[in-house]
Design a protein around this ligand. Structure first.
Ligand SMILES: *Cc1c(COP(=O)(O)O)cnc(C)c1O
Length: 243
């Protein structure tokens, strides 16, 4: 446990330094960026180490994993709890569990999913904060609403208007995944495009603030911060390569 803590603490210090530098370069305050530690495939001891290092926002990309971890850590941090971010695709049958357990959903990727989340959130008498996942790169492997051309974004915005009538979903903003590239500079246009989509959506769908931008991972978080990310989702830079 000791050495796990040391590793996480050392990695985190480096990440933190680079976050601060990216914020300074772009004239943003450090408080404007939330670091979500992505714990997928981590051991529970690594999650505990993250907590001991002061991290409170943690993300999982598979609903089963999210529920298992929440159960395993139940009661451990009640005074100052972790916030669990669901960052991966949620299949219909996983919706009840996610609605019951997640604090934030980053990966709202279809109207069907929205309707189902709304239904279970209403039944559970809770409001679920969500981010709408856009596919701005056009990569076929990526989930998300089509937004890689102006026409597609326009159609997507028309559909997103339906969210106004789902009062149990609290729309926070937008999320995207950049393609994996060797040079993070190549991801910059993707992040810029998400921010442009945000401006358009804010104009056309004023029922929500759309103020959050969840973008940037280990390979490209500094560029994402420069382009306006308010939430970055980082796994490997904190916990090391995944098994
Ligand atoms: C795994 C994952 C991340 C973190 O990726 P790293 O490269 O480990 O930083 C971020 N977002 C999503 C949706 C993921 O699945």
């Amino acid at each position: 446990m000791r050495s796990i803590c040391d590793t996480v603490a050392r990695n985190l210090a480096q990440v933190e330094e680079r976050i601060v530098a990216a914020c300074e370069r772009s004239g943003r305050s450090r408080e404007a960026v939330t670091l979500v530690a992505v714990t997928k495939t981590c051991t529970l001891d690594q999650v505990r180490a993250a907590y001991d290092c002061g991290l409170r926002d943690v993300g999982e990309n598979r609903p089963e994993e999210l529920l298992l971890r929440i159960e395993a850590l139940a009661g451990a941090y009640d005074d100052d709890p972790l916030r669990w971010h669901m960052i991966g695709h949620v299949q219909g049958r996983k919706v009840p569990g996610v609605v019951a357990a997640a604090d934030v959903l980053h990966s709202l990727d279809s109207l069907r999913l929205a309707q189902r989340l709304q239904r279970f959130a209403q039944e559970g008498e809770r409001k679920l904060p969500v981010m709408v996942q856009l596919n701005v790169s056009g990569e076929a492997s990526k989930e998300g609403w089509p937004a890689w051309s102006d026409e597609l974004l326009d159609e997507t915005i028309s559909l997103l208007a339906g969210l106004e009538h789902m009062p149990h979903l609290v729309v926070l903003g937008l999320m995207t995944l950049a393609p994996y590239v060797a040079d993070p500079e190549q991801a910059r246009p993707v992040f810029r495009r998400l921010r442009q989509a945000q401006a358009l959506i804010q104009q056309r769908l004023p029922f929500a603030a759309w103020s959050e931008l969840s973008m940037g991972m280990t390979n490209d978080y500094e560029v994402a911060i420069e382009e306006g990310a308010t939430m970055i989702r980082i796994g490997r830079a904190i916990f090391g390569e995944r098994r």
